[in-house]
Design a protein around this ligand. Structure first.
Ligand code: 26Q
Length: 816
């Protein structure tokens, strides 16, 4: 483990921690009582922990200054951090002293920790991946800085009204945020609108500058990212938009006060809210402003740092910097770096392009062609005219290269052009990212393969060496050590404590699979975690989950391709069998579904409504509820996953093959000893490979099979042929789950019956139900299941984000 040499003076001695807690409560927060329920205990303990972070943070900063090494900048519109206190306590090894100090106030550590609001600055997988990566970079001692946006409102709060999703604002900063430090001295100015002016400089060279702009300030807020017990603290810098005084003053002098205020609002809107779409929502100007705001502020920040140290000499710049683009969202960085280097720092096109191509790296997270980002040329011309000039020039030079390689192949030039021509021309952001980067990676083996053979095939033919795979991972600190204390204790005792920062140690667990007393303890821990989850389900859904039943869980964003609908069809099928009295082989099962739908995604919202209606019918049927429970768990977020994944037996990873780029929830469940029921898709394939087919419930069509199947696929025929499916669809059609709102599920029925069903719901139904039967039977064999559970955890080493980050660091970033 990489560690900083200097020893921090602020220690974890019980007495010192107690004193600090008292001091912060009284002097920092001005509280003179000591009520156990005081809302100020959370900030008081947070400040106490933060003091210890601060010292290590300053060491890391000092070391970085001194060492002057190559650095990586992870650019992402999303960092889905969740809670910080419990994470900092774990990574700083402060659990005991923190617990004891709080006890003096009559508080429990867990009770205080769960009062912290999640930092929900992301939609789902991509945002949480960025957070796991930050944890791994700090834990591996790597010089990586995260750059993102400090949204005033994070991912919306989901509540349910009559079973329908209602979005409410997530004002996560309302009680203040102990985990950020404002750095007004790092404020940057970001330009919008205006026009390009060409001029001849003193040495007679033609230059361009962007003038007549409206400027917005970017104010830096830094969040500490502690490494795991290595005295290192990295930085996540989040930008907040503020109006520039200069602009206000000008308006004010012209006597238009209200216009000035309106302008201020317009500026501050930029970082007001996270867009809650996890597939691209096209065309929203504010979203484009967010993207440019992040790209420009971050690059200016990095360049200012360089100039302060090295002056205006950029010869070595590319050797010292690498920018990792988290999907296309920050891709304007390609054009912005060109602009800054040419217009502001007077480099030639040639030198600027050389630097850009050597420093930018792009990660793709989607295979859905409709989710590839595009921005209209018209909008870009208005908002970012100088960047559009640059994009056109990049494209012209790129197409010349294409023409040289494939002379006369006009179709190919059109296909590969960064500009999609048509009545309304668009900029294809993924193409800009590929052309401007030295590395393009997918996030799981299959995904990377499908990128080079499908979506980006032309580019792969041109530059095969640019393309690579980096299979995702998740941090074992949050997703095992923190969220599963029972399992952690057992692991520490049996295989030692090193696994937390070296997950390959988990392999040693295989030696215990036939150890009966170990198995008993394993099952006991799982049972405790299931009781904890049952209590949560009781509290938020008022439904009783029996910890003896199999806990069958699907939590993730609601999407057609993720096929929550298929899961619900299976529940309906079980319900149908039980109510008909056909209970042979049916065993108690508790099904939990959770996740948010994009506010504008009607069908996804209808799936939530169906889950709730089916839940209501099943849970209130005396016969069915003996065997079967279903809940739709509201407001699924990072902190709920921390309780859900340790309590899960069966992890649902049932996307249509070829659609889920990787998945990361699948990895969290596996680490915590759940078995997967899943398709041959994304990282499931690698999970299956690691764990072995006997410990995984594989079902469904594979990518290669889907292509052929689609041609002759007729869901209506399949429904006719399959008695079980027919009955399920009949129950839906006869309004059994929509008694009071007849017909509301028509669009979902149509989706199942749709002859061109893109999600293969009917096609995979039979094999899904059969696979579920196998899972039920397997669960009945308590010891066999326990063995599989242990083997799942034991085989999960590959899915540590430490492994993923080591690969990025070695292959792309070249920093180890
Ligand atoms: C884009 C433009 C405008 C508005 C919103 C967006 C937008 C926002 C978020 C588009 C996509 C996202 C998020 C995508 C995402 O989370 N993808 C998931 O990434 C995971 C990490 O690599 C993978 O494991 C999942 O398979 C993938 O779905």
């Amino acid at each position: 483990m990489a560690s900083s040499k200097r020893e921090p003076s602020l220690g974890n001695e019980a007495e010192q921690v107690k004193q600090d807690l008292h001091r912060h409560y009284k002097y920092t927060l001005g509280r003179f009582d000591s009520a156990p329920n005081s809302p100020y205990m959370l900030p008081a303990i947070s400040y106490t922990v933060r003091d210890r972070l601060m010292e290590r943070w300053s060491f890391t900063a000092e070391e970085e200054q001194r060492k002057d090494t190559r650095k990586v900048f992870y650019l992402s519109l999303e960092f889905l951090l969740g809670r910080s206190l419990s994470n900092a306590i774990l990574n700083l090894d402060m659990e005991e002293p923190a617990r004891n100090a709080l006890m003096e106030f009559g508080c429990s550590l867990e009770g205080i920790e769960e009062k912290e609001k999640d930092a929900g600055l992301g939609n789902g997988g991509l945002g949480r991946l960025a957070a796991c990566f930050m944890d791994s970079c700090a834990s591996l001692g790597l010089p990586v800085v995260g750059y993102g946006i400090r949204y005033e409102y994070g991912m919306f709060h989901q509540s349910l009204h009559s079973g329908r999703q209602v979005e409410q604002p997530d004002h996560w900063l309302i009680d203040g945020n102990v985990w950020e430090i404002e750095r007004p001295d790092h404020t940057r100015t970001v330009k919008f609108y205006g026009y390009t002016e060409f001029y001849i400089n003193d040495s007679g060279k033609q230059c361009a500058r962007w003038v007549g702009t409206q400027n917005v300030l970017a104010v830096a807020y830094d969040m500490p990212i502690p490494g795991y017990r290595n005295n290192r603290v990295n930085t996540l810098r989040l930008w907040k938009a503020a109006a520039s005084d200069e602009f206000n003053l000008q308006e004010f002098n012209e006597g238009d006060y209200s216009d000035a205020v309106a302008q201020k609002n317009l500026a501050e809107q930029i970082t007001m809210v996270l867009y809650p779409n996890d597939a691209s929502e096209s065309g929203k100007e504010l979203r484009l402003r967010q993207q440019y705001f992040l790209a420009s502020a971050s690059l200016q920040d990095v360049i200012a740092d360089w100039v302060a140290k090295r002056g205006e000499n950029f010869d070595e710049f590319a050797n010292y910097h690498c920018f990792q683009l988290n999907d296309t969202h920050p891709t304007l960085a390609v054009a912005e770096l060109m602009r800054l280097l040419m217009d502001e720092h007077k480099l030639s096109w040639h030198s600027a392009w050389d630097i850009t191509k050597k420093t930018m790296a792009y990660t793709n997270h989607t295979l859905l062609p409709e989710a590839l980002e595009k921005w209209s040329v018209r909008l870009m011309k208005e908002l970012l005219p100088r960047l559009l000039d640059i994009i056109y020039e990049v494209n012209a030079r790129f197409l010349a290269e294409v023409a040289q390689k494939w002379p006369g192949d006009i179709a190919r030039q059109q296909r590969m052009s960064i500009i999609e021509e048509g009545p309304e021309p668009h900029v294809r952001m993924a193409y800009l990212a590929i052309v401007g980067s030295f590395s393009v990676n997918g996030v799981a083996g299959l995904h990377s393969h499908l990128l080079t053979t499908g979506l980006f095939r032309d580019f792969y033919e041109l530059w095969p060496k640019k393309f690579n795979n980096k299979t995702n991972g998740v941090t074992p600190r949050r997703w095992m050590a923190h969220c599963n204390k029972g399992l952690s204790a057992l692991l520490n005792e049996s295989i030692g404590e090193a696994w937390v920062s070296d997950l390959s140690q988990l392999g040693k667990l295989r030696a215990y699979v036939d150890d009966a007393s170990f198995c008993e303890r394993w099952l006991h821990i799982k049972r405790n975690n299931k009781v904890r989850l049952s209590n949560l389900v009781k509290q938020v859904c008022n439904v009783d989950f029996d910890p003896e039943a199999i806990f069958d869980v699907q939590v993730k964003r609601i999407h057609e391709y993720k096929r929550q609908l298929l899961n619900i069809l299976h529940v309906i099928h079980l319900y149908d069998r039980i109510t008909r009295g056909d209970v042979a082989g049916i065993k108690p099962r508790c099904v939990l579904i959770g996740g948010k739908a994009a506010p504008g995604y009607a069908l996804a919202k209808l799936i939530i409504k169906l889950a709730n209606n089916v839940a209501h019918v099943v849970n209130s049927d005396s016969k069915a509820s003996e065997y079967l429970k279903l809940v739709f768990f509201p407001n699924y977020r990072v902190s709920s996953m921390e309780i859900i994944c340790p309590g899960t037996d069966l992890s649902e990873q049932i996307s249509t093959a070829g659609k889920e780029a990787s998945g990361t929830g699948n990895m969290k469940f596996m680490m915590n000893g759940a078995l997967t029921i899943g398709t041959y898709d994304g990282a499931n394939i690698e999970i299956l490979d690691a764990v072995g087919a006997e410990h995984f419930f594989l079902f469904g069509l594979k990518v290669e099979e889907i292509g052929n199947f689609r041609i002759q696929n007729d869901p209506n025929y399949l429904i006719e042929q399959d008695e079980d499916l027919k009955r399920v669809v009949n129950l839906l059609e006869c309004g059994h789950f929509s008694m009071f709102e007849p017909g509301i599920f028509e669009p979902l029925i149509w989706a199942i019956r749709n002859p061109s069903d893109p999600w293969m719901t009917a096609a995979d139904f039979r094999s899904y139900v059969d696979s579920q039967k196998l899972a039920t039977a397997a669960f009945e064999d308590r010891n066999g299941w326990c063995k599989s559970s242990i083997i799942n955890t034991a085989s999960s080493a590959k899915f540590s984000s430490d492994r993923t980050i080591s690969e990025y660091a070695r292959d792309i970033w070249k920093i180890i």
